[in-house]
Write a protein of this length. Sequence first.
Length: 124
Amino acid sequence: MGYTYDPENIFARILRGEIPNSTVYETEHTLAFRDINPQAPVHVLVIPKGPYVSYDHFAQEASEAEIVDFTRALGKICEMEGVEAHGPGCRFISNAGHDGVQEVPHLHVHILGGRPLGRMLSSA
Ligand code: 5GP
């Protein structure tokens, strides 16, 4: 069974301009905006503009141009938000599927920072 993309998911609607967002950074293939329910002082969601469900889907099927653009955007946003590893640091999280407890079925990387984030997992 392959990946099935739901074009009515909330991030697809943000990409179509149907729902407002607080944009941090935008390129040809990537959009970054602030999470509506921030878990840290810095909480940016980075999404590709293409219809990819998850990072594994993107990694398997996106073009090299999309992958390079997305990856460079992650670095650029860390710089813009002042959370690079050579500064205070941050955490990237990309939940996928059922076990990953993914709520929105459009690839997104959470960039979290601005405070010490504790250990990676706090419960089983
Ligand atoms: P997930 O659990 O899928 O990794 O994370 C989904 C994230 O999307 C959550 O952190 C949630 O707060 C955020 N979110 C859900 N709906 C919206 C929205 O309409 N706008 C923004 N900016 N963030 C949203």
